[in-house]
Design a protein around this ligand. Structure first.
Ligand SMILES: [Zn+2]
Length: 267
């Protein structure tokens, strides 16, 4: 079995690697819907014909394109001749042997889990599989079928537009003393807090980043030697929280703190 696949299907001792893979995937700076799509594709839960047959929705699972195999994620996005045409057109170069890649899931795993993750290629791969899926749906609804080079062009252009537009401001939430609630799937939550140490003429600020499973992704606490008041300490904490999240590559997040004044000022 291929190493990447063996790792993905590995025992519970590989849980840490699997978590790391999902974290790396969620941290990729692409449009949220694309990241969410990729997550479903890797999990094998897209409404492909194969999955719809399993769920008893339809009776026939053949790929519309080749009519040779069941339309699963693996077939549609990798092994079908249409997908292969797209991958060839992508002209992506990887720093691992191509024969290790048996599916697009292998490809994403190898890109994200190598010693030096190839984030740029991973982003392109995500955009390409999304473009293939999007056009597959368009065609099923009477739209025009794009060829491999058109799909690659569209994927690259979309990624470039997104990079240029960058990302919006994080969503703000004021914690009103309720129990901590996880962010929605695929988002992160950054909780911040500031404290004043008056006698030491300093403040402490902290930020904790958690994913939608409540797992701590990263945390930081800092002491700042400045005689700040409680409100300034809070402001500093919000600021540090945003900065820290960006440093660790988390962009799609909700920022939560408990100062109403800061919350209103930032909103
Ligand atoms: Zn096919």
């Amino acid at each position: 079995m291929d190493q990447a696949k063996a790792e993905r299907n590995g025992s519970s001792s590989d849980d840490g690697r699997t978590r790391k893979f999902w974290r790396n995937l969620w941290c990729l700076e692409v449009v949220h819907k694309v990241r969410h799509f990729a997550w479903r594709a890797v999990k094998g839960i897209l409404p492909t014909k194969a999955n719809l047959v399993k769920r008893g929705v339809i009776k026939e699972d053949r790929c519309d394109e080749c009519n040779e195999e069941a339309e699963s994620e693996g077939h549609l996005l990798w092994s079908c001749h249409r997908a292969q045409d797209v991958w060839q057109n992508s002209k992506l170069h990887f720093n691992f042997e191509r024969h290790r890649v048996r599916s697009f899931q292998d490809l994403i795993w190898l890109l994200l889990m190598s010693e030096n993750p190839d984030v740029d290629s991973a982003k392109e791969v995500l955009m390409i599989v999304w473009a293939v899926w999007h056009n597959r749906n368009e065609v099923r609804h009477g739209g025009r079928k794009k060829n491999g080079s058109e799909l690659v062009h569209a994927a690259k252009q979309y990624l470039q537009e997104f990079n240029e537009a960058n990302v919006g401001l994080p969503k703000l939430i004021r914690n009103q003393g309720l129990a901590w609630a996880p962010p929605s799937i695929s988002r992160y939550k950054v909780n911040v807090d500031g404290a004043v140490f008056a006698s030491q003429k300093s403040v402490g600020v902290g930020a904790l980043i958690r994913d939608s499973y409540g797992q701590v992704v990263a945390a930081i606490s800092k002491k700042i030697n400045a005689p700040l008041g409680p409100l300034e300490a809070e402001v500093k904490a919000w600021e540090e929280g945003v900065k820290f999240a960006r440093e660790v590559g988390v962009y799609d997040f909700t920022l939560e703190g408990d100062s109403l004044v800061v919350f209103n000022a930032l909103r």
